[in-house]
Design a protein around this ligand. Structure first.
Ligand SMILES: [Zn+2]
Length: 289
């Protein structure tokens, strides 16, 4: 049996814990040293030059090999690029070093990009990239296209109200909307207003832009939230205001917020993690009563 290598030997792949940087709002301490920052600064400047020169080989060499597609497909950069400049290098959470890149296209079209670098096999590579400020994908359907069985739900949402379907006969809460009660097969179904709050049942982070409207808007997190005021049915929505960054705990409390999108007449539900400290306070208040 061979002895295992010491911490200095072997590939320097520091990041074993993916991208999450926030857990309950607290940032993880950085492990990057001043020498790391210098190294990444050089690397990032070279990367900016490679982008400007459209040197595909050099651009790819800076990305983690298993992330090429994802990173190239995610960023919304001006084309053609006429200027690319490193504006910031800082120690990120955990093993990351974060750099900001200001990219200018023709007609002064300027976009800012955040790159997260990790040490990998003796050098630094980009593991995550995203446009800043971070923006979430928006619904692409139009009001005229609401499926008939769901229309009342979406129309209520535009008024800033969460309505969930319920069976008049057996009182079962139903989600998503149906034509027939799955419990008693009753036809009489209504939409009742429900407090937009609940608990994270599950969640997933999307890092790949699966359609054109998602380019420049990844990563993002979708949370499946259990509604205690509606028979624990589960409603999925994007998480904000830390799109893509949040690392929710299962069971963590969330509040619904209704945000405008598109032509501003429409609103969509998003979940917002309730601060852990707030939760603790609320529990304390409950006990005091
Ligand atoms: Zn029923």
């Amino acid at each position: 049996m061979t002895s295992s290598p010491g911490p200095e030997a072997g590939p320097r792949y520091l990041s074993t814990v993916g991208g999450p940087t926030l857990r309950g709002g607290a940032e993880v301490t950085s492990r990057a040293t001043a020498a790391d920052l210098d190294e990444v600064r050089q690397r990032a400047r070279r990367h900016a030059r490679a982008l400007l020169a459209a040197d595909r080989g050099a651009v790819l060499a800076d990305l983690l090999p298993d992330r090429w597609q994802q990173i190239l497909g995610s960023l919304d950069l001006p084309a053609p690029l006429v200027q690319a400049e490193v504006t910031e290098v800082r120690a990120g959470a955990g093993a990351f070093v974060e750099t900001r890149l200001r990219c200018v296209g023709g007609g002064a079209d300027t976009r800012e990009v955040r790159l997260r670098w990790v040490a990998y096999e003796g050098s630094w590579r980009v593991r995550e990239a995203r446009n800043v400020p971070a923006r979430l994908p928006e619904p692409v359907f139009l009001a005229e296209e609401y499926p008939r069985v769901e229309a009342e739900h979406w129309e209520a949402m535009n008024r800033g109200e969460l309505r969930v379907q319920r069976c008049v006969t057996c009182q079962t809460w139903i989600w998503g909307p149906r034509h027939l009660c799955p419990s008693c097969r009753g036809f009489e179904l209504v939409f009742q207003p429900v407090a937009a709050e609940g608990f994270v049942y599950s969640w997933t982070r999307t890092v790949q832009p699966f359609e054109a409207s998602m380019v420049g808007r990844v990563p993002f997190v979708v949370a499946l939230v259990e509604l205690p005021h509606a028979g624990d049915v589960r409603v999925a929505a994007l998480l904000e205001p830390t799109p893509g960054e949040a690392d929710p705990a299962i069971g963590q409390a969330v509040d619904g917020v209704f945000v405008s999108y598109g032509d501003q007449d429409r609103r969509i539900l998003r979940w917002r993690l309730r601060d852990r400290a707030d939760e603790a306070r609320t529990e304390g208040d409950d006990r005091a009563h």
